[in-house]
Ligand binder design. Structure first.
Ligand code: PLP
Length: 394
């Protein structure tokens, strides 16, 4: 029997039917340009405003006008890092971030370094946590921005966002967080967590691809990076993608509504999966934080196995998993996240990420475990590394 199982939800998710239904009328019934003054435009603007309200409510923003739509998480991160740097340059040129951020943050920082900004990339411990002492130690008078992700996309570690934002604010610095992987997995309350600027994306939470948002607390100085019309309160030019925005608004509403139920289900799936894997397969290492983690993301190192080959064998069995970062797919460069938590190149290369979604079944998990054990054994059987004797089954 041909089977296909998707366990790569941290890369992207399907669009849920509730979300799709919300989007459909926006393609050919309510299709005006949201900026137009006529009724067609007003109808589309109402759809965009409704989504803005839903997103503001989902993250407990004080006002809906603090939500700005973008083309996704990547643009939101680019805008946050570069826009805040340019907007606050008169106060200083120093930025603090971490070594395990998404490439859209890291590459934006590298670009700023070319332009005369100074960037500190904080290391993390073996579980993927930024050290608070380290952060305090690196803040200086020229620091204008601290950007630390809420949840890491490769290993699922949750940072101590509230503690970090407290320290950042005590020093009069702006705090940005990439919450793309956090939305739907943990409660993100921008007021309680004292977040100034926050990046979000739709396609990791059962919404459409190519849309995201930046929360910008009123009063925060940020320069536009997308120049054009006066859309998004003059801060982000370009006709809003109303169908995608409508879908995103619905998706985040559902993600927050179902958060507890989904996480409870994923918690049970996670422990079942890990117990079985550890029981059936020797020399497996679980990466990430033992407690401070989201439930759906599981990063495992299979010693003496080449991760890329394992992904290919699993794919032949109909199972979709990945290395953990879509950007590093196809490249043989070890993940910067796994390197930062201290894995050697060989162990890092033997790692793959399972990311389970809300509709995974126990029966599907059983199939994954069965095939995984077969594939790992097969690869170890032909691995030159097993000649040393390790990993051989007695
Ligand atoms: C996926 C992801 C992004 C990028 O979002 P896109 O909408 O795909 O551009 C940024 N940060 C994290 C942590 C992500 O997982």
């Amino acid at each position: 029997m041909e089977r296909k199982i998707y366990a790569d939800n941290a890369s992207t998710t399907y669009v849920s039917s509730e979300v799709l239904n919300e989007m459909l009328p926006c393609f050919n019934t309510i299709y005006g340009n949201p900026s137009s003054l006529h009724s067609f435009g007003r109808d589309s603007a109402a759809i965009v405003d409704r989504a803005r309200d839903r997103i503001a409510k989902a993250i407990n923003a004080e006002r809906s006008n603090e939500i700005y739509f973008t083309s996704g998480g990547t643009e939101a991160n680019n805008w946050a890092i570069r826009g805040l740097a340019y907007g606050n340059r008169s106060k200083g040129n120093h930025i603090i971030t971490s070594q395990i951020e998404h490439d859209s943050v890291l590459e934006s920082c590298k670009q700023l370094e070319q332009e005369g900004f100074e960037v500190t990339y904080l290391p993390v411990d073996k579980n993927g946590l930024v050290s608070i002492t380290d952060l305090i130690h690196h803040i200086k008078p020229s620091t204008i921005l601290v950007s630390i992700m809420a949840v890491n996309n490769e290993i699922g570690t949750i940072q101590n966002i509230k503690t970090i934002s407290n320290i950042v604010h005590e020093n009069g610095v702006i705090f940005h967080t990439d919450a793309v992987q956090a939305i739907g997995a943990l409660k993100m309350d921008v007021r309680d967590m004292e977040i100034d600027v926050m990046s979000m994306s739709s396609h990791k939470i059962y919404g459409p691809k190519g849309v995201g948002a930046l929360y910008i607390k009123n009063g925060i100085k940020i320069s536009p990076i997308m120049h054009g019309g006066s859309q998004e309160r003059n801060k982000r030019g370009g006709t809003q993608n109303a169908p995608a925005i409508a879908g995103f608004g619905k998706a985040i509403e559902i993600a927050v509504r179902d958060l507890v139920v989904n996480q409870q289900k994923l918690k049970a799936i996670r422990s079942y999966f890990l117990d079985k894997v550890m029981e059936k397969i020797p020399y497996v290492i679980l990466n990430g934080h033992p407690q401070q983690k989201i439930q759906g993301t599981i990063n495992l190192s299979f010693e003496m196995v080449e991760g890329e080959s394992l992904i290919m064998l699993l794919d032949l069995a109909g199972i979709a998993v990945s290395r953990g970062s879509a950007c590093s797919a196809g490249s043989t460069k070890p993940s910067h996240v796994l390197k930062a938590i201290g894995l050697g190149n060989e162990v890092a290369q033997s790692s793959i990420r399972f990311s389970f979604g809300k509709s995974i079944t126990k029966e599907e998990v059983d199939y994954i475990i069965e095939k995984l054990a077969e594939c790992v054994e097969k690869l170890r059987g032909i691995s030159p590394l097993t000649k040393a004797g390790r990993g051989k089954k007695e």
